[in-house]
Design a protein around this ligand. Structure first.
Ligand code: NDP
Length: 249
């Protein structure tokens, strides 16, 4: 039987990169998926791809900074598929870049809202639906930047991503005995649109690759496979953990 047969998942940040690969992988393993992002054309192309491969998917075009989008994602999962078993809250942005003395309050808040407050909104609406299933998995995508290493110019991103670890550990303690596992996926540098923005030159890419013991960036599907592990019953006794998929940072 497929790993996620009879399960329903929400994947945020599904229009590209890690989320795109995870949505396809979850669907290929039998999950119904609600995919969330702002870029409508990319999201509908993904839904078409999943449907063409025999899977089931519904798109939700929206900004995760908006609390109503978190609520709508759960509503769609219930309306189309009867409930929610897995939430991969993965959407994120590099956001405001620059040394702290140069950052604006607006840039700071926007980055925290996109990467961290969105995760709170998602969890707030997803938890009641996940509790109804009794065997559910909630996953956030953090980053090696902020947790394993500090990099100049990335304070807002780093703080937002480290904050996810505290949120996940708390949720794991609150709901572990009631059948909801909560974990943080901790990717290293990954070859996605965001990875490209962070490594715009040959020198920048070589620097980031050099941080990793494996001296390369991850493919997005390598991160998605670990999301599948955390989503599936293969990780049935894993909760409150930071799951490193970072090529040895
Ligand atoms: P991508 O840029 O390819 O994907 C980012 C995704 O997040 C897109 O689908 C984007 O969709 C979505 N997104 C961004 N902002 C919003 C928003 N306000 N509302 C809704 N969706 C949003 O990069 P990755 O796949 O690499 O990023 C996925 C996650 O992995 C992020 O959380 C990132 O921080 C994390 N990560 C990435 C690393 C890397 O090196 N690439 C390393 C460690 C962690 P859209 O623009 O259509 O809204």
């Amino acid at each position: 039987m497929a790993t996620l047969a009879n399960k329903t998942a929400i994947v945020t940040g599904a229009s590209s990169g890690i989320g795109y690969e995870a949505a396809k992988l979850f669907a290929s393993e039998g999950a119904n998926v609600v995919v969330v992002a702002r870029r409508e054309a990319k999201l509908y192309a993904l839904v078409d791809e999943i449907l063409s491969a025999g899977g089931k998917a519904v798109a939700l075009v929206g900004d995760v900074k908006n609390e109503a989008v978190a609520e709508k994602g759960v509503e769609l999962a219930i309306e189309h598929f009867g409930g929610l078993d897995i939430a991969f809250n993965n959407a994120g942005t590099l956001g405001a870049m620059g040394d702290v003395a140069e950052l604006t309050a607006e840039g700071w808040h926007d980055t925290i809202d996109t990467n961290l407050t969105s995760a709170f909104y998602c969890a707030k609406y997803q938890i009641p639906a996940l509790l109804k299933r009794g065997n559910a998995s909630l996953i956030f995508t953090s980053s090696f930047v902020g947790y394993s290493i500090g990099l100049p110019g990335m304070a807002a991103y780093a703080a937002s991503k480290a904050g996810l670890v505290g949120l996940a550990r708390t949720l794991a303690a609150e709901y572990g005995a009631r059948g909801v596992r909560v974990n943080v996926l901790m990717p290293g540098g990954t070859d996605t649109e965001m990875g490209g923005a962070a490594t715009p030159t040959v020198e920048a890419r070589a620097f980031v690759e050099g941080i990793h013991a494996m001296k390369r960036l991850a493919l997005p599907v390598e991160i998605a496979k670990s999301a599948l592990f955390l989503a599936s019953d293969a990780s049935s006794f894993v909760t409150g953990t930071t799951f490193f998929v970072d090529g040895g940072v």
